[in-house]
Structure formats: C-alpha cells, structure tokens
Design a binder for this molecule. Structure first.
Ligand code: ADP
Length: 350
C-alpha cells in the first residue's frame, strides 16, 4: 500500500502539472487570454492538487490500513488458537481439536491436524488397552504359580509330580503368551518377512491335514476331512505362513469341537482362492463375531485359559493373511459350529 501511495503521489506530481500546462497552451491557441493569470492558475492548481493528494493519502491509508488490520486479525486469530491447541495436544490432552475455519487454507490445515490427532488418540488408546490386557493376562498365571510355590514352601500343598506338572503347564502358557505376543508385534510392525511365491495349495493342505489326523484316533468322536475339487489353481503366498494359519485354524477347530466333523474345502473367486475350515463344534455367539479376530479376545476366558488359549492366534492369522494380500472371515451356522475362511491371491498364469 505504501508503494502504491508513493507511486500515485510521484506520478501525479510529475505529470499532472505538465498536462495542465499543455491544456493552458491549447486554450491560449484558441485565443483565450490567460497569460496574466497563468501564475495564479498554476498556484491554484498546485494547491488543489496538494489538498486532493493529502486527502486521498489520508482516506486511502485509513481504509487500506483498516482493511489490512481486520484481514490480518481474521488470519492471525485462528492461527493463535491453533498454536494453543497444538500445545495442549503436545501436553497430553489428546481430545483437543482445532475448530473449522472459514478461510479455505486454514480449514484444510485444521482438517489435517484433526485427522492426525484422531489417529494418535486411537494409537494411544490401543497402547493403553494392550498394557491393560497384558497385565491381566500375565497376572493370572503368575498368581497361580506363586500360590502353588507358596503352598509348596510352607507344606500346605503336597509335593507331588502332579503339582510340578501344573506349575510347568502355567509357565508353558506364559511362555506361549510371550512368544505369541512377540510374533504379533513383529507382524504389526511388518518386521516378519513374508516370502511370496507360487504355491500349490492342495499339496500344502494335504500335508497339514495329515499331521492333524494323527491326533484323531479311531474312537475319537471327531472326524477330519479334506475335500478338494480335482485341480486347485496355484496361489501367490508364503507357504510357511499359510501353514501357520492352517495349523491355528485346525487347532482351534479341534479344540472347540468335542464331537462332530471338521471339514476343509477350497473355493475359487475371480481373483482369490478361499480355504474354508468348517467345524460342527460349539460355535460362536453372533454378538461376539466382530471381536473374534481381536487380540486377547476369547469367548470364555477362564475355560480357554485352562485349555492353553491366549486369544492371540486369530489376530496373528488375520495379520498373516492380510500381509499375503488376502482376507479372513468367520461365519456361524446357528447351533452347528463355525466356519473360518481365508483367501489368497491366485497366481497370474492360472
Ligand atoms: P485361543 O488361543 O484362545 O484359541 P484364538 O485367537 O485362536 O485364541 O481364538 C480366540 C477365541 O475365538 C477362542 O478363545 C475361542 O473362544 C474362539 N474360537 C476360535 N476358533 C473357534 C472355533 N473353531 N469354534 C469356536 N470358537 C472358536
């Protein structure tokens, strides 16, 4: 604005009197007699020009200054507010959010900040949940072990091999919990390598099912069946990781099916091959379905704890399947058990 005023003043100071002189000459050319009055006219003109210029500078300056002040306040106020909100956020108030702004650029900035704030809040919530789940999971076996050891030391618990067996079971469970957690944390941080290759899934399924059929003898009220169509297309996956997922799903199916059938089938969609592990076991309550793949979730924590379940197996399966480009789902047939199904991308040449 200063530059504009100076330019206006300079240009009009230099050029206006000259144009005025030219106009006077033209008037003289048309025989107006103004020679005697020329000096006064010039003086009058200069005075008028100086007053006009003064007023325009005063009024223009005041108007421009006022508008600049209002505009800069409109920009600076939300920026100051944003700064104090980010300071609150940094100080630990993760619920702090920046309000919307009617200036488009600032509004975009507050949206980005709020999105980042929401993500950080949910990470923080997950961290808190993990710590609280972990302490809960570790406390129970530790309390049991401690109780047995105290009983053994003061003689209230008999010093029998069975007692040592219980202690070993509890510590094995603790060991498994720690191992599972380490694996899950590596998977979540993507530190566990996935070696993708073309895999003949039929062969892999046969090998895993063969391993499990050893656990089912002739008197067992459960049957394990692999039913595949003639030729399965190849998939792109990491065989060791698929095996891990299958072992987990089959162990669960056997663990939660006291009598009945466990059947493995495979179906094909346009892009993926789906492996279905269906059992006729105890099933899962419909309300619990959304939580099945959550870390530490167990339908019946106390009973599953006895059977060695940590509630981490399915969370690991989900992550493993997703890292291989597939997805995992669970379906229930009311009163007829559950079906876990996961998909793997088909190899391109098939
Ligand atoms: P866990 O080590 O406890 O089995 P998972 O993550 O593998 O941990 O499973 C979580 C929970 O899901 C189990 O505790 C169980 O309640 C339920 N679940 C898993 N598979 C089945 C199944 N085939 N039938 C019924 N419930 C199941």
């Amino acid at each position: 604005m200063g530059v504009a005023i100076l330019a206006l003043a300079g240009v009009s100071r230099l050029s206006t009197p000259r144009y005025f002189v030219v106009t006077l000459k033209q008037l003289e050319g048309r025989n107006f007699r103004i020679q005697q009055m020329r000096g006064q006219l010039m003086e009058g003109f200069e005075e008028a020009w100086a007053r006009g210029m003064l007023w325009s500078i005063v009024l223009g300056g005041a108007a421009a200054g006022g508008i600049s002040f209002i505009l800069s306040r409109r920009i600076v106020r939300p920026l100051t507010q944003m700064r104090s909100i980010t300071q609150e956020f940094a100080a630990g108030d993760l619920s702090a959010r920046v309000p919307a702004s009617d200036i488009a650029e600032l509004d975009a900035l507050s949206h980005s900040f709020n999105r980042m704030a929401r993500d950080l809040e949910s990470v923080e919530q997950q961290r808190r949940d993990l710590v609280s789940d972990l302490t809960h999971e570790l406390r129970t076996p530790l309390t049991i072990v401690r109780g047995y050891l105290e009983g053994l030391s003061d003689g209230t618990v008999p010093n029998t091999p069975e007692m040592y067996g219980r202690l070993i079971r509890e510590t094995t469970r603790l060991q498994r919990l720690v191992d599972d957690l380490q694996e899950l944390s590596k998977l979540e941080a993507s530190h566990l390598p996935i070696h993708l290759q073309t895999v003949d899934l039929a062969l892999l399924l046969q090998q895993v099912v063969h391993r499990f059929s050893g656990q089912i003898d002739d008197d067992d009220p459960r049957t394990l069946e692999l039913s595949l169509s003639d030729k399965l297309p190849s998939v792109v996956a990491d065989p060791a990781r698929i095996e891990q997922v299958l072992v987990n799903l089959l162990s669960n199916a056997l663990r939660y099916t006291s009598a009945g059938q466990i059947k493995i089938t495979a179906t094909r969609s346009s892009t993926h091959l789906w492996v279905n592990v269906a059992d006729t076991g105890m099933g899962i309550a419909p309300d619990d379905l959304p939580r099945v793949f959550e870390r530490f979730w167990r339908a019946d924590p106390s009973r599953n704890r006895d059977s060695g379940g940590t509630g981490i197996g399915l969370a690991i399966c989900k992550r493993l399947v997703e890292l291989q480009g597939g997805s995992i789902q669970v379906e229930i047939q009311l009163g007829e058990g559950s079906t876990f199904r996961f998909s793997l991308p088909l190899a391109l040449d098939k």
